[in-house]
Design a protein around this ligand. Structure first.
Ligand code: ZN
Length: 117
């Protein structure tokens, strides 16, 4: 991978991380305890709270993946599968710049056959 290429990926990753962080910090989950909402309202609120939590869990995870990808760029290991060490398909990296695994290994992860660190 050329230097300018990895710089571009780095910029993309950092921009992506910033927008995730903005989303995460925008999640206001605080509920005013002094209120006495009716049960329906409460149920709706709990539901959306759970959805929000699930969303921020995904996003937090993605931030971690992005940080890892940035470390790999710094270590000049970017683009190698974290399992089999083969080169990850550039098209895959273009679509998912924070990918840890090549497609084959990713499938193993999804089938539960490969344990993620
Ligand atoms: Zn692999």
């Amino acid at each position: 991978m050329t230097k300018s290429n990895s710089d571009k990926i780095k910029e993309r990753l950092i921009a992506e991380r910033e927008s995730l962080m903005a989303k995460l910090s925008g999640n206001d989950l605080s509920v005013d305890a002094s209120e006495t909402p009716d049960p329906v309202d409460l149920a709706v609120r709990n539901y959306s709270k759970n959805v929000m939590l699930a969303v921020s869990e995904n996003e937090s995870r993605q931030v971690i993946l992005i940080n890892e990808a940035l470390e790999r760029i710094a270590d000049q290991e970017y683009g190698a599968c974290q399992n089999c060490e083969k080169e990850i398909n550039p098209k895959r990296l273009d679509a998912v710049p924070w990918a840890r695994y090549c497609l084959e290994c990713q499938e193993l992860v999804e089938q539960g056959l490969l344990e993620e660190e």
